[in-house]
Design a protein. Sequence first.
Length: 285
Amino acid sequence: MDDLDSDLLRTFVAVAEAGSVTEGAARIYRSQSATSLQVKRLETILGQSVFERHGRGVVLSDTGRRLLPVAREVTARLDAVLRDISQDAVAGKLRLGIPDDHGRSKLAQIIAAFAHNHPKVELDVTCALSTDFPEALDKGALDLAIYEVEQPKKHEEVLFEDPTCWASSAHRSFIADKTLPVALFDHACWWRDVAIASLKTLGKPYRIVYSSQSVSGVISAVEAGIAVGLLGRSSLHSGLSIVGNELGLRSTPTSKLVMVGNELADVEPLSAMKTAIRAAFSSKL
C-alpha cells in the first residue's frame, strides 16, 4: 500500500475547503486536471472516494469527513516546521512591484504564502500599472518587479506567455463594413501601440469609445458589448468571443509576463521570493 504523502493531503484540504476542484487548484497553483489526478491518486490509496459531486462542485464523502481533520493537522504541523526553519534562514526587506491586473490574484496568493512562511521578511508591495516598474528598478525604488513585455530582454526572466487577441461580447456582433468601436488602454504601453497598429491595417474606420488604465476596465467595456478590445487569452471567459478574421484585424503578438530583480537588493529575501514565484508559475502538478 502506498503512503499518504503530504502533497496529496494538501491538495485534498484545498479542494475540500474550496468546495470545487477548480477553486482548490487555484489555491495551490495547479491546473484543474493535475489536481483531479491528485485526488484520484488519494482515493486509489484509500480505496474509497473522498468527494461526491454536488452541482458544479464537490462535497465530502463519509471517508472525506473522517480524513479532513487529520489532513489539516498534518499540513498545519508541516507548515509550522517550515516557518520555524524559514525564520532562521530568511530575513530582511523586499520591495516588490506586481501588475494591478495580469495574474493579480495568483500573485497575491503567492505573496500571502511567502509572508506566512517567511515572517521575518518585511514586504513592501506595490500593486500598480507596471509600465513604470523598469524605471523604478533602475532607480533602486524596487527590489523585484513583475511586468509584461512583448519582447523580453536578456535580464528579464519569462514566467508566463499569454497570446493576445481581439475579443468581443459573445452576445454582440460587429459589422465589418461599419465604424468599429474599440476599447483601449489610455496609458502609454506596448499593448496600446499593438492595438492601434492592428486597427490601422483595417483600412476601414474605427473609433475609440472607451479608454482605461487597466485590463479589467477594457474587459468591462467588451463584456458590456460597447466595443471590441485587445485582451490576453487568459482573460477570456464564456461571455467573450475571439474576433479578428471576420473583421479584418491582423494577428497580434504574445504577451510575456517577466520577473526582474535589482542586483543591489537584499540577497536572501530576493532569492527566496524569486524561488516562490518560479515554483508557482512553473508547477505542472
